[in-house]
Ligand binder design. Structure first.
Ligand code: NAP
Length: 253
């Protein structure tokens, strides 16, 4: 970790799911954590879990696709928690449909949260990282970047995030800032639970079905992704940049 006493990390979409797991892990690893999500009150559980364990956390409500909201959220984090030198772009949505049924709104909504949101958050936070001469950006991609039926919008956004990550690595490396992406496979969260509901399969049964397709024979947990984030933001990972790590229990499941 950097020599700043307790560096500040921002995790977007951290009210629940993978983001909440990442926020808890970064706190356990010594970071002050800004818990960002659409609704500030929804961040309460993550913040409480961190403060109950003796960590520092701040809940901030923000729509990551809104430039003014992003600018003021990042300023608030810097003022109330400390200059953010770690950013985890995790906020995400799905609007799945086969191409012929996908609306322009479904396309735009997914692009706006994943791509525009990650761009706005990275642009707003890089100044603190450059000033500190140290920083870490981790973007959440997905195995869907390799193509997935019903996810033309999501797979394009998640593939786009991989190119975005590599460009950040090239531009920001000279300032001590690394950028990497994590591409999760099936992780048990509300997002995948909603998929089970949409296709009419019980949640337990859906997880069991999916586990059989995964080489390690289990579905992923938010902690699996948090462990990969912990590596990328560590001091030891300072020579690892512009990479995509598939965390999927196998090469692409
Ligand atoms: P999740 O449980 O649905 O949580 C996503 C969080 O992001 C929610 O709290 C959501 O808030 C928030 N969010 C959505 N739009 C936002 C916006 N515009 N501004 C700020 N916050 C916003 O999802 P998850 O499964 O933890 O996924 C986290 C990330 O991992 C996503 O980028 C996802 O694409 C990626 N991923 C997940 C899986 C998986 O299997 N779960 C696999 C590969 C990649 P609301 O609740 O208010 O909507």
């Amino acid at each position: 970790m950097t020599d700043i006493d307790q560096p500040t990390a921002i995790v977007t979409g951290a009210a629940r799911g993978i983001g909440a797991g990442v926020a808890r892990r970064l706190s356990a690893d010594g970071f002050g954590v800004a818990v960002l999500d659409l609704d500030e009150s929804a961040c309460a559980d993550t913040v409480k879990a961190i403060t109950d364990s003796g960590g520092r956390a701040l809940a901030v409500g923000v729509d990551v696709s809104d430039p003014e909201a992003v600018a003021s959220a990042v300023r608030r984090v810097a003022d109330e928690l400390g200059a953010p030198t770690v950013l985890v772009n995790n906020a995400g949505i799905t609007r799945d449909n086969l191409l012929f049924k996908m609306t322009s709104d479904d396309w735009d909504a997914v692009m706006n949260v994943h791509l525009r949101g990650s761009f706005l958050m990275a642009r707003a936070t890089q100044t603190y990282m450059v000033d500190a001469g140290w920083g870490r950006i981790v973007n959440l991609s997905s195995v869907s970047a390799l193509g997935n039926r019903g996810q033309a919008n999501y797979s394009a956004a998640k593939a786009g995030l991989q190119g975005f990550t590599k460009t950040l690595a090239i531009e920001l490396g000279r300032f001590g800032v690394t950028a990497n992406a994590i591409a999760p496979g099936f992780i048990a969260t509300d997002m995948t639970k909603a998929t089970a509901e949409r296709i009419g399969v019980g949640w337990q049964e859906y997880q069991e079905q999916r586990a059989k397709e995964i080489p390690v024979q289990r579905v992923g947990r938010p902690e699996d992704i948090a462990a990969a984030v912990a590596f990328f933001v560590s001091e030891e990972a300072s020579f690892v940049s512009g990479q995509v790590l598939y965390v999927a229990g196998g090469p692409r499941t």
